[in-house]
Ligand binder design. Structure first.
Ligand code: PLP
Length: 346
């Protein structure tokens, strides 16, 4: 492994801020339980998640094909902040439509980068005031482009051209497993296809392991088992059904992690190892630790999708977390995700 290897961006830019996207570090897991686990730090992108790559890649492709002066996205999560940053640097107006339940920390990112945030009422997905219907209406205006991360195949495509190859340049050909949380499935699908292709060229194999929430239906769709009610407090993790951005042919196996384990793993990672990560990364790390412990000869790469800073008032706030455990799954951020989920199903 050459953890310091650099990989050229497929979306080269002279912009000093956008140039910070990608080439994220891969480090040995900083805990002491195992020595065969490696963490791909997508937290080191400017808005602290891998969605910066998606925003830069999709908008670079879109602007190469046409002229746009406004970008619209319906999102309550990391994608919106990333799109807001990239639009800011590209000099394009950005409007994000969000459910009113979106966390203040996430809205803060969007507003800080100058995006117009349209908070939409929590209504059914078929209501004209729903945040996704609102975005679609705005997207009909001339010169407007919609990212549409749930349907846009450039979402996994960006990770295929970029994130997965970058990981391979750092961890190949020793890497035996890739473990990553799935939401739209973009980062797992694209990276999995890339590392599998690179491994085949090198005469090795990589087992790709998607991570889903226990109360979610990516795994059930993958294995063809009965769906379960969608309900998780882990932002970004899980979906109620399969999406076109999930490339199941490139994924070997799925593992489910429940909310408590995802949260506990992320919290312990910060407390015990000074490694501050978000709960979806906690879920992936829990699975990565299992695999690394079971097989000392494995070389496991876990993707750290985002950092813990956005969860100080949820994951790391004892009273909020205690309430979540007591009431079952629900928190504000969950209802935002569940709403986004309903919209994706349209
Ligand atoms: C924190 C976090 N983890 C994981 C994911 C899943 O990534 P993907 O949508 O590429 O599957 C997301 C996506 O929104 C996310 O925000």
């Amino acid at each position: 492994m050459d953890l310091t290897a650099a990989f050229p961006s497929p979306f080269p830019t002279d912009d000093p801020v956008l140039g910070l996207i990608g080439n994220t570090p891969m480090i040995p897991y900083p805990g002491t339980e195992v020595d065969n686990l490696f963490c791909k730090l997508e937290t080191e992108n400017p808005t602290r998640s891998m969605k910066d790559r998606v925003a830069l890649g999709i908008l670079s492709e879109a602007l190469a094909d046409g002229d746009y002066d406004r970008v619209v996205e319906a999102s309550s999560g990391n994608t919106a902040g990333a799109v807001a940053l990239v639009c800011n640097r590209m000099g394009i107006d950005c409007t994000v439509t969000c459910p009113a339940t979106t966390s203040g920390q996430k809205i803060g990112y969007m507003r800080a980068y100058g995006a117009t945030v349209r908070l939409c009422p929590a209504v059914d997905a078929d209501h004209p005031d729903h945040y996704r219907a609102t975005a679609r209406r705005l997207a009909e205006e001339d010169g407007t482009f919609m990212i549409d991360q749930y349907r846009n195949l450039s979402n996994p495509g960006v990770h295929y051209r970029w994130t997965g190859r970058e990981m391979w340049s750092q961890a190949g050909p020793d890497m035996t497993h890739l473990v990553c949380a799935m939401g739209t499935g973009g980062i797992m699908s694209g990276s999995a296809r890339a590392v599998k292709e690179q491994a085949a060229e090198a005469g090795t194999t990589v087992t790709t392991v998607g991570v889903d929430a226990t109360h979610s239906n990516i795994s059930t769709a993958f294995y063809g088992t009965d769906p379960v009610p969608y309900d998780t407090a882990v932002e970004g993790l899980g979906k109620g059904h399969e999406l076109p951005t999930m490339w199941f042919d490139d994924i070997d196996t799925m593992r489910d992690v429940d909310d408590d384990r995802a949260f506990d793993t992320a919290r312990r990672s910060a407390e015990e190892h000074g490694f501050l990560i978000g709960p979806s990364a906690g879920a992936a790390l829990a699975v990565g630790l299992d695999i690394a412990q079971d097989d000392p000869d494995a070389r496991v790469v876990v993707v750290i999708c985002d950092g813990g800073e956005q969860y100080f008032d949820t994951l790391f706030a004892p009273e909020t977390d205690a309430a979540r455990r007591e009431n079952g799954q629900a928190t504000n951020s969950v209802s935002a995700d569940a709403d986004e989920e309903a919209a994706a199903a349209e």
